[in-house]
Design a protein around this ligand. Structure first.
Ligand code: SF4
Ligand code: SF4
Length: 436
């Protein structure tokens, strides 16, 4: 009796198992990183931003989904929009990859969608090609044209590399997609593709097995690339592609520039001066005033630090920075995130109650903090509604109230306020002297 054994179903099954294992592992690690980010954000103080959900939703749709604040720089806006749309729509193709990977099928949507499938993939190809083009334009702007807002002390080293890595990864991922389509002779015979048809002649004359192997390699390369990308994002400024949405939803809705009274100070002063004053229920005296470390900031401040795209728009309009002062609002956000990651990692190693004794002031100097004019130009221009000045003001409050380290010009003014009820050095009784 002749024993006949077809090995192909076994290979397909093994490939599916490998796909599930690799994908599961990659998602497990990505989930772990996301969990750590959420845990770090929760190190911040409570802040209630749950009011006016309709306005919040509209803000998110307009600013994050609609990219409304990007239009102030049209060239960057156009190319960013291409990459953004490419990122969202190409996920439909990723869905097919996942189903194919699990079931062992090949282009499962092709028989289901018929002619529309060709249209869809053709559209993705044009998008993929434009994404490659946009990435090259961004690489050029950063590395050859050296646009000023991409420079700065905070952008040396890793941040510059990070921006370049992401652009290169996107170019490689999109190229793998186009090569996969070009080498797929069955697919090419059925549809006329706008981009991969140009590349297809490179694979003419190859045996069926060789072209299948190339398609398979490109397919795996594309998918592994996506999995690596997913695991890289939590450590990159590209986290903003996800964070921009919750960050804009929880935008502060009060007027830009409004500085809230420090409730804790008001209550403490009343407690000292007014014997009849009763503090709010469950009131606990604050351990300190203002912000010493990231744990004194609110969760929203910390979420903003993780959301920052490092675009530098804020720094490019900051009057302090423009006039040569040390302050860069982008650096404030990046330092806050770096400090948060540092402390979060220490807590992970040594337990939740651990504190390494360092502070955010180790990264952001008082010279930077006091250079801020509180003009809010940075807040106004930020494409995802981040408020660096919020952090600056709270850190100043710490310097003033806990360290008595306000600049001498301010100390004089504050003494006058205390003694004369006005910023000037005159006694209140002399106020009307000018009429003489
Ligand atoms: S508020 Fe401060 S940090 Fe922001 S732009 Fe004005 S001076 Fe610069
Ligand atoms: S704070 Fe806003 S404007 Fe400034 S670098 Fe970050 S995302 Fe850009």
């Amino acid at each position: 009796m002749k024993f006949c054994f077809n090995i192909e179903p076994l290979l397909i099954m093994m490939q599916s198992i490998l796909f599930i294992l690799v994908t599961g592992l990659a998602f497990f690690f990505a989930f772990k990183s996301v969990k750590q980010i959420i845990k770090n954000i929760k190190l911040g103080k409570d802040e209630d931003l749950s009011d006016q959900p309709n306005i919040r939703l509209k803000t998110m749709l307009k600013v994050a989904f609609g990219q409304s604040k990007m239009t102030t720089r049209p060239v960057a806006a156009l190319f960013h929009f291409i990459i953004y749309v490419g990122f969202i729509l190409i996920n439909i193709e990723v869905l097919e990859i996942i189903i194919d990977g699990i079931t062992g099928s090949h282009r499962i949507f092709m028989p289901l969608l018929g002619g529309f499938y060709g249209f869809l993939i053709g559209f993705f190809e044009i998008l993929g090609f434009l994404v490659i083009l946009a990435c090259f334009v961004f690489l050029y702007r950063r590395n050859i044209q050296k646009i000023k807002r991409f420079a700065g002390v905070e952008m040396n080293g890793w941040p510059l590399k990070d921006a370049n890595y992401i652009l290169l990864i996107e170019i490689v991922l999109m190229s793998a997609l186009l090569i996969m389509n070009a080498a797929d002779s069955d697919f090419q015979n059925k549809y006329s593709m706008p981009i991969s048809s140009w590349l297809a002649p490179m694979f003419y004359g190859l045996s069926e097995t060789t072209s299948h192997t190339i398609v398979n390699i490109a397919w795996w390369f594309h998918w592994i690339g996506i999995l690596l990308f997913i695991n890289y994002i939590p450590f990159s400024k590209h986290l903003h592609i996800f964070m921009a949405f919750p960050n804009t939803y929880y935008s502060k809705l009060d007027a830009v520039g409004k500085i809230n009274n420090m409730e804790s100070v008001t209550t403490e002063v009343k407690l000292m001066l007014d014997p009849s004053f009763t503090p709010p229920e469950n009131y606990v005296s604050p351990e300190g005033f203002g912000v010493k470390d990231v744990t004194d900031l609110s969760w929203k401040n910390l979420m903003e630090a993780y959301s920052c795209t490092e675009c530098g728009r804020c720094t490019s309009v900051c009057p302090a920075n423009i006039t040569g002062k040390l302050l860069s609002p982008r650096k404030v956000m990046m330092d806050t995130r770096d400090r948060l990651v540092e402390l979060g990692n220490e807590k992970l190693k040594n337990g939740d109650d651990f504190h390494d004794g360092k502070s955010l002031h180790d990264k952001i100097s008082s010279e930077e903090l006091w250079a801020c004019t509180t003009c809010n130009a940075c807040v106004d221009i930020c494409p995802i509604n981040i408020r660096p000045v919020d952090i600056i003001m709270q850190m100043r409050q710490y310097l003033t109230m806990e360290q008595s380290a306000a600049p001498s010009e301010l100390n004089g003014m504050m003494t006058n306020l205390e003694n004369n009820s006005a910023p000037w050095q005159f006694s209140p009784t002399d106020r009307a002297n000018w009429t003489q």
